[in-house]
Design a protein. Structure first.
Length: 254
């Protein structure tokens, strides 16, 4: 969305703070032996306490308040009381919600407990690449150039990017224009970031795969060639200089 008045910025800041805080608290709450359903319900209670509504549930009828993807799951993992968290699991939590007509989106991957499977380098790559990408966004910058930066940085670390998952505009709904802020460069895409707009920037960094495919449950995505995928996401306000990170309350860089 385009921010045209102060009340819109206040609305976006408020919902962004809520989803960021929910992500931060869920990450801290996650424990070995806990089910992803229990973790999701904890997040749902936080959202409710602020009067916020789960965006995937409201928009798509998703069976959970948040998406929780574990190990080989790349995105849109369904919370389940049968999925029990274990030491060294690679976990991704994606929290998006609506409050007073404003929508915001953020996510992050982390290793639960000790990094016994050596997932941390993939987590760090995703996190650091997102930071670099966001720091290079301002009004007038080509969306394709940010995609090129993300893919180039992933290759430097020895990783790949998922090409059919993308960042997107956000604000008055969960997904708005621009709809495809991809993790690689599409040379034909002449679209540019516009000042005073709110967008969700996401990295999808992988060990083996370049395409996410849907499982039979109709939601969960996994890599087409197996391996692991990490995601980090912030909702930002594009300016003429460094963007304002609206979801900074998630503290993914601290």
């Amino acid at each position: 969305m385009s921010i045209t008045k102060e009340s819109e910025l206040i609305g976006m800041k408020k919902i962004s703070e809520v989803v960021g805080l929910t992500l931060k608290l869920m990450r801290k709450y996650a424990k070995v032996g806990m089910s992803t359903k229990e973790l999701d319900e904890y997040g749902g209670e936080i959202l409710k306490s602020y009067g916020a509504k789960s965006a995937p549930y409201v928009t798509y009828g998703f069976p959970g308040y948040t998406c929780i993807s574990v190990n080989e799951e790349a995105a849109h993992g369904i919370p389940s009381d049968k999925k029990i968290l274990k030491e060294g699991d690679l976990i991704n939590i994606d929290v998006s919600a609506e409050l007073n007509g404003f929508w915001s989106d953020n996510g992050g991957s982390f290793v639960l407990g000790k990094d016994i499977h050596n997932h941390q380098p993939l987590v760090d790559a995703s996190k650091n690449i997102l930071k670099k990408a966001i720091n290079n966004i301002k009004g007038g910058v080509k969306i394709a150039d940010i995609g090129y930066l993300i893919e180039t940085e992933a290759k430097k670390f020895g990783f790949k990017v998922i090409k059919n998952l993308a960042g997107h505009g956000v604000g008055r709904s969960l997904h708005e224009e621009p709809e495809n802020i991809l993790n690689y460069r599409v040379k034909t895409n002449r679209e540019r970031f516009r000042k005073n707009t709110t967008v969700a920037i996401e990295t999808f960094i992988s060990t083996n795969s370049t395409i996410a495919v849907e499982l039979q449950d109709g939601w969960t995505l996994v890599g087409n060639k197996g391996g692991y995928v990490t995601q980090h996401e912030q909702t930002i306000l594009v300016t003429g200089k460094t963007p304002v990170i609206l979801t900074k309350s998630n503290e993914i860089w601290f």
